[in-house]
Design a protein around this ligand. Structure first.
Ligand SMILES: Nc1ncnc2c1ncn2[C@@H]1O[C@H](COP(=O)(O)OP(=O)(O)O)[C@@H](O)[C@H]1O
Ligand SMILES: [Mg+2]
Length: 534
C-alpha cells in the first residue's frame, strides 16, 4: 500500500525583485515564489514566507496572487529581525532562531526549502541549515523558463542526504586523505600527533610559498618529507621547478658561497668559468637546506637577502642574479640556542621560523612501528626483487621489543630500517624466523649499550660490564674508562698502578699502587686480567 503523502510545507524568502509584478502582465512574468507554490503534482499545504525589512505593498500583492494560484494553501508570513541582509552572522542567527521556533515537524510534514529567492547570504544560510539538519527537508530550486514566454519555469528538488551529494561532500575529504597518504608515502601511520602534524604540513604546503622549517632528531624523516613536500606542491601546481637538496654541513669554508650563490669566471683563482650555484638551480622549485644550522654567518646573511628579495650577488659579480625558489630548511639543532650562542642569525631564524614543524622521534611514535615494518619489508622486496616474510612468533617478538621502552632507536628510522634490512638479508629461505630476530635484538642491545655510555672515553665499558654499565654514574664511568685504558696499555697490574698513582708516589703518600688499583677494580666486579683480556 502506498504511503499517504504528508502535507507539504515550503519555506522561502519573499523575492524582493523577482516576486515583483504589477498589472495583468504579472501573470506572464516568472515569479519564483508563485512558481514554487503552483507546481502541478506538488500541492503545497503551507508556505512559510520569510522577509527582512518592510515591503508592505509587495507582500500584499504576492499574498493576493498566491490565494489565486493555491487557494487551499495556508501562508504564514514571518519578518526576521535582520538589519543588514548581507551580514552573514546576523542572517544565520535570525534563521536559526526562526527554525527553532517554526521548523516543520518531519514526522508529520514534508518540507521543501526554496532557495531561488533572498540574497545570496540568505540562500547560503538556508543551505547550511538544511545541510546540518537544523531545517528538516530538501532544497527546492526554481528557475525561469528557458524560453521567455510564460510564468512557468523549471524546478528541481535536491536531497542533501542522498549519497550523490554525500559523495560531493566527501570529495574534499578524499583529496585530503590522498595528500596525507602522499606525504606519508602511503604508510598508514596511526600516531595521532604525527597524523595531525602531517595534516598541518599539508595545509601549509598547499597554501603558502613561504619558507618552512623541519626540525627533529636525526633519522626522523626530515629529508624524506622534504622530497614528498616537493612532489605534493608540484602535483598541485604550486611550483614547477626541481627539488634541490643541499646538506649545509658539506658546505664549509670558501667553497660554500660559490656553491650556493654561484660565481663569475675569474672571481677567484680556479674560477675558470661561470657557475650558476644551487639557488639558481632551484629557480621555480624547492631548495631544501638540510642542517641549516651548519651554514656560516656570511652565507646566512646572503641567504636571508635572497629569500626576501629573490635576488643575490654571485661571488665576484656586481650584477644581482635572481631565483624564485621556495625555501625548506631542516635542522636537528636548537636554532634558538644557536642564536644565543651567536652562531645563527636571529633575523634569518625569524624568517624561516614562520612555519616550523617538529618531526617526532620513532620512540614517540611506537604505534607506527608495525605499519613501518610492513612498509619496509615491501620496500626490501621491491628493491631486491625477492620476497621476505616474517613468521608469526618472530613478528610478535620483534614488535614487542621494538615498541618497548628498552628500544630507544637513537637513529630513528635510519636504525629501524637498517635493522629490517639486516634481518631480511640474513633470513633463511626468505623467512625471518625467531632466531634471526633474537640475533638482531642482541646486536641492537649491544650497540645501544655502547652508545649510551656516559661519554666517548667509556667506549669499552659496555663490552666489559654488560648491562651493569647502565647503573654507573657518569662520574664513575669517566674515571673507570680512563683506568681501563691505562690497564690495557700496561703489561702488569704494578705498571698500571705506577702510571695511575704517579703523583701520590712522588709525594710518598701511597706505597702500594697495585693493591690500590686492585681494590678500585674490584668495586666494579673487575680484575686486571679481565680488563686486559677483553
Ligand atoms: N616515515 C618514514 N617511514 C619509513 N622510513 C622513513 C620514513 N621517513 C624517513 N624514512 C627513512 O629513514 C631514513 C632517514 O630519513 P631522513 O629523511 O634522511 O631523516 P633525517 O633527514 O631526519 O635525518 C631514510 O632511509 C628514509 O628513507
Ligand atoms: Mg636529513
Amino acid at each position: 500500500m502506498a504511503k499517504a503523502r504528508k502535507p507539504l510545507v515550503v519555506i522561502g524568502f519573499l523575492g524582493i525583485t523577482l516576486d515583483q509584478g504589477t498589472g495583468k502582465q504579472r501573470w506572464n512574468k516568472w515569479r519564483p515564489t508563485l512558481h514554487a507554490c503552483g507546481i502541478p503534482d506538488l500541492p503545497v499545504a503551507r508556505l512559510e514566507l520569510l522577509t527582512t525589512g518592510s515591503h508592505a505593498a509587495l507582500e500584499a500583492q504576492v499574498l493576493a496572487d498566491l490565494a489565486e494560484v493555491a487557494p487551499a494553501m495556508e501562508v504564514r508570513l514571518s519578518r526576521l529581525p535582520v538589519e543588514n541582509p548581507w551580514d552573514f552572522a546576523e542572517v544565520y542567527a535570525a534563521l536559526d532562531d526562526w527554525s527553532r521556533a517554526h521548523a516543520p515537524d518531519r514526522e508529520r510534514e514534508d518540507c521543501l526549502v526554496h532557495v531561488a529567492t533572498g540574497t545570496h547570504v540568505a540562500q547560503i544560510c538556508l543551505y547550511l541549515l538544511v545541510d546540518t539538519g537544523r531545517l528538516p527537508g530538501r532544497l527546492l530550486q526554481t528557475a525561469p523558463p528557458a524560453m521567455p514566454n510564460g510564468a512557468r519555469g523549471e524546478h528541481a528538488i535536491i536531497d542533501l542526504d542522498l549519497s550523490k551529494y554525500d559523495r560531493l561532500k566527501t570529495r574534499g575529504a578524499k583529496d585530503q586523505r590522498e595528500h596525507h597518504a602522499f606525504l606519508k608515502q602511503g604508510i598508514r601511520t596511526r600516531n595521532r600527533a604525527f597524523n595531525d602534524l602531517i595534516g598541518r604540513i599539508e595545509r601549509v604546503a598547499l597554501a603558502s610559498d613561504e619558507p618552512m622549517l623541519l626540525t627533529g632528531p636525526t633519522g626522523s624523516g626530515k629529508s624524506q618529507l622534504a622530497r614528498q613536500i616537493h612532489l605534493l606542491k608540484r602535483r598541485e601546481r604550486r611550483l614547477a621547478g626541481p627539488f634541490v637538496d643541499v646538506n649545509c654541513a658539506t658546505l664549509r669554508g670558501d667553497g660554500a658561497k660559490s656553491a650556493l650563490f654561484g660565481h663569475v669566471k675569474g672571481a677567484f683563482p680556479g674560477a675558470a668559468s661561470d657557475r650558476a650555484g644551487l639557488l639558481r638551480s632551484a629557480d621555480e622549485g624547492l631548495l631544501f637546506l638540510d642542517e641549516i644550522g651548519e651554514l656560516g654567518l656570511d652565507e646566512q646573511a646572503m641567504l636571508l637577502r635572497a629569500v626576501e628579495e629573490k635576488s643575490f650577488l654571485p661571488v665576484g659579480s656586481d650584477k644581482p642574479a635572481s631565483s624564485a625558489f621556495q625555501l625548506l630548511a631542516g635542522t636537528n639543532r636548537d636554532l634558538e640556542a644557536e642564536v644565543r650562542a651567536g652562531r645563527f642569525r636571529e633575523d634569518l631564524l625569524a624568517r624561516i621560523n614562520l612555519w616550523t614543524f617538529r618531526l617526532p622521534s620513532l620512540a614517540e611514535r611506537r604505534e607506527d612501528i608495525e605499519p613501518n615494518l610492513d612498509f619496509e619489508l615491501e620496500r626490501f622486496e621491491v628493491a631486491r626483487g625477492r620476497r621476505v616474510s616474517m613468521n608469526k612468533e618472530a613478528r610478535e617478538r620483534f614488535l614487542a621489543f621494538a615498541t618497548s621502552d628498552e628500544a630507544r632507536w637513537p637513529g630513528n628510522f635510519r636504525d629501524f630500517n637498517a635493522t629490517l634490512v639486516r634481518m631480511a638479508t640474513l633470513a633463511p629461505a626468505g623467512r625471518i624466523d625467531l632466531a634471526t630476530v633474537e640475533d638482531e635484538l642482541d646486536r641492537l642491545r649491544g650497540s645501544w649499550r655502547a652508545s649510551s655510555r656516559p661519554d666517548t672515553h667509556a667506549a669499552f665499558l659496555g663490552e666489559l660490564l654488560g648491562a651493569k654499565v647502565d647503573d654507573l654514574d657518569r662520574f664513575d664511568a669517566v674515571q673507570l674508562s680512563e683506568v681501563v685504558a691505562i690497564c690495557r696499555a700496561s703489561r702488569s697490574l704494578s705498571e698500571a698502578g705506577r702510571a695511575l698513582y704517579a703523583a701520590s708516589r712522588r709525594k710518598k703518600s701511597s706505597t702500594n699502587d697495585a693493591d690500590r688499583l686492585r681494590k678500585y677494580l674490584a668495586r666494579f666486579g673487575l680484575d686486571f686480567e679481565r680488563v686486559r683480556g677483553t
